[in-house]
Design a protein around this ligand. Structure first.
Ligand code: TA6
Length: 319
């Protein structure tokens, strides 16, 4: 990399769609499309891709891009009358050149501010005026942060209510060798059983069939351990109480046209979300929802989300 790291680069991506590349001095990078305000790539300093994007993803409206980090707003899944997961992921966002002040960490240079506002078209299907500001930041250490700020700009005094998710597709080596920690013993709504409510068993979550669950009121930190890769993804979230875990497995994968039949083996969605208790904003009010992702070598020992084990790890330096 030349002396001068190009922290933010504007360019054209697939099908000539506008894309922004964020880079950091150590070589990590991220890519964002204005179409959907959609992160489609996050690479570590070795240039290894950390997000999954389907081999059959369609980069063309009105289809949402299959993979990366789709933004589900103002509706998660089919929890309402709008298209599944709302319309934000299939709209063209613009670059926000004049964002309101942001508690930025000064060392961050690789970031971009995007904005989505109501259109006359969308007001017909969701009769509200809003400003959705999205800051995407690549930290010096390679962490990827997404911060959403949704403001109600209705002039008719009306409140609005929405659900939300960062529908993150993590790239994993072999789904059957992956564990998710931090959701043990929590209640969840099972989308495969009419959203019936159950309680998760005590151990880390492993995968051997289709999973589509909304975990309720989760801890702010969740770990995804890719055993094969000796890599642990850490998801930290704020303002997003729930977490969705999804893998379509083999049969469902075959029914999804823009997903390769075997793609399910290399993807896992763990989504910071607000589903159970929708967010209501009065005019002038603003909501903020943030997720931070990091990928660390798995010296980060399993069970570290369990304070007792973390203590032992620290105390006895378990590798
Ligand atoms: O987040 C999980 C989920 O709601 C699943 O039910 C599944 O439908 C998945 O999202 C993908 O949804 P999409 O609309 O992108 O095909």
């Amino acid at each position: 990399m030349s002396q001068e790291t190009k922290y933010v680069e504007f360019c054209k991506g697939i099908n000539g769609l506008d894309k922004i590349i964020l880079r950091e001095v150590r070589g990590c990078s991220a890519e964002v499309y204005l179409y959907g305000g959609h992160v489609t790539s996050w690479k570590n300093e070795h240039g290894e891709e950390l997000l999954f994007v389907s081999s059959k993803a369609i980069f063309k409206p009105p289809k949402a891009i299959r993979g990366g980090i789709p933004i589900c707003f103002p509706q998660f899944s089919n929890l309402g009358s709008l298209e599944p997961h709302g319309f934000a992921r299939t709209r063209f966002w613009t670059v926000d050149n004049d964002p309101p002040p942001f508690p930025t960490n000064s060392s961050n240079k690789a970031f971009i501010d995007l904005i989505l506002k109501h259109s006359e078209e969308d007001v017909k299907i969701w009769p509200h005026r809003y400003e959705f500001r999205l800051r995407i930041t690549l930290g010096p250490g390679g962490d990827l942060m997404l911060t959403s700020r949704v403001r109600n700009t209705n002039t008719d005094g009306k409140s609005f209510t929405f659900t939300f998710a960062y529908h993150t597709y993590f790239h994993v080596t072999d789904i059957s060798e992956v564990r998710v920690e931090g959701l043990e013993t929590l209640d969840y709504l099972d989308n495969l059983k009419n959203r019936e409510r159950f309680t998760e068993q005590g151990d880390a979550i492993v995968f051997e069939s289709e999973v589509d669950k909304v975990y309720l009121s989760t801890p702010t930190k969740i770990a995804i351990l890719d055993h094969e890769r000796k890599r642990t993804f850490e998801l930290r979230k704020d303002g997003l109480p729930d977490a969705v875990v999804w893998n379509p497995w083999d049969k469902k994968a075959k029914t999804i046209p823009d997903l390769g039949d075997d793609d399910y083996k290399h993807m896992l969605c763990v989504e910071a979300a607000c589903v159970e208790n929708p967010i209501t904003l009065k005019p002038g009010e603003e909501w903020r929802g943030r997720q931070e992702l990091s990928a660390v070598p798995s010296s980060y020992c399993s069970g570290q989300l369990d304070p007792q084990t973390a203590f032992l790890c620290d105390k006895f330096g378990f590798a």
